[in-house]
Design a protein around this ligand. Structure first.
Ligand code: G1P
Length: 289
């Protein structure tokens, strides 16, 4: 049986230039979708999958993220005094258990592979998950839980994959498929952001990974790839042959919250999921669509 996945890495060092001016003073991961910051959806998804240790790879100007997951004594005491039980419960729902999370810095934006490498000492010699918080998933169970379940059967490395239109392969890591049972595709190659003509398939990697710790040995080399960056996809390609490697087609909706239109759509769709908001939101926007 495969070793269980206890630890997850959240790369949150990016500048968020696509959301300026909103992200001038606020980390992009803290922009709210309905009433929770984007990052909290990824953390909740990880919790649901059984993750108990959380590693945030941060950079300058990201301290709001650690505050968000911390106990806020002053706020809780005020809410308690005012007998605001529901608000208190909402505020506390974001707390991570004391000692369950760590922050490491990525001092320079050298690529996703480099960001993950920055977490190597906290992860240690354990298989681990990586969640890119820009990717927000809606569906039950969450995508990471689906992957953890697949990992307990298949072991090795697992990436979440979804079909993309062929002309968009140059925005993603793309897998080359050996065999495919319609749910799990066994991977024989990985390419970061290939031009459509060179893409081995249209199955894109969408921001969720379960990886063996051996990947750090390849990231240690600091080799650069697409865009001159240290790519996680390139280090993962080196694992092929030594570990089973699968792309998992997951169930559930995906929103790329790094894209303005999809971020706005995520807000609307998730609001329409909420019994306390659905009718009011529908009524208010009806005249505009
Ligand atoms: C990163 C990865 C890429 C993956 C994508 C998913 O790219 O390098 O392989 O497909 O995330 O969102 P980025 O979007 O950071 O350029």
């Amino acid at each position: 049986m495969s070793r269980s996945i206890e630890v997850a890495v959240f790369p949150v060092a990016g500048l968020g230039t696509r959301f300026l001016p909103a992200t001038k003073a606020v980390p992009k991961e803290m922009l709210p979708v309905v009433d929770r910051p984007v990052i909290q959806y990824a953390v909740d998804e990880a919790k649901e999958a059984g993750i108990t240790e959380f590693v945030f790879v941060t950079s300058r100007g990201k301290s709001e993220i650690e505050d968000h997951f911390d106990h806020h004594t002053e706020l809780y005491e005020t809410l308690e005094r005012r007998q605001k039980a529901a608000a208190l419960e909402d505020a506390r729902s974001a707390d991570l258990p004391v000692g369950s999370y760590a922050l490491v810095r990525q001092p320079e934006p050298l690529g996703l592979g480099h960001a993950v490498w920055c977490a190597r000492h906290v992860v240690g010699d354990r298989p681990f998950a990586v969640l890119l918080p820009d990717e927000l998933f809606r569906g039950r169970p969450g995508v990471l839980k689906q992957m953890v379940d697949a990992h307990s059967r298949l072991g090795g490395a697992i990436v979440a994959v979804r079909e993309v239109p062929k002309d968009l392969t140059d925005r993603y890591g793309i897998i080359d498929v050996e065999t495919d049972d319609g749910t799990a595709a066994s991977v024989k190659g990985l390419v970061e952001k290939p031009a459509p003509a060179e893409a081995p398939s249209n199955l894109s990697i969408v921001g969720r990974y379960i990886l063996p710790p051996d990947v750090f040995a390849y990231l240690d080399r600091h080799e650069t790839g697409a865009g001159g960056e240290i790519q996680l996809t390139d280090a993962m390609a080196r694992l092929l042959g030594d570990h089973p490697f699968h792309g998992l087609r997951f169930t559930g909706d995906r929103f790329d919250c790094g894209d303005k239109a999809q971020f706005v759509a995520a807000n609307l769709v998730l609001a329409l999921d909420r019994p306390d908001l659905a009718d009011k939101v529908r009524d208010r926007i009806k005249a505009h669509i």
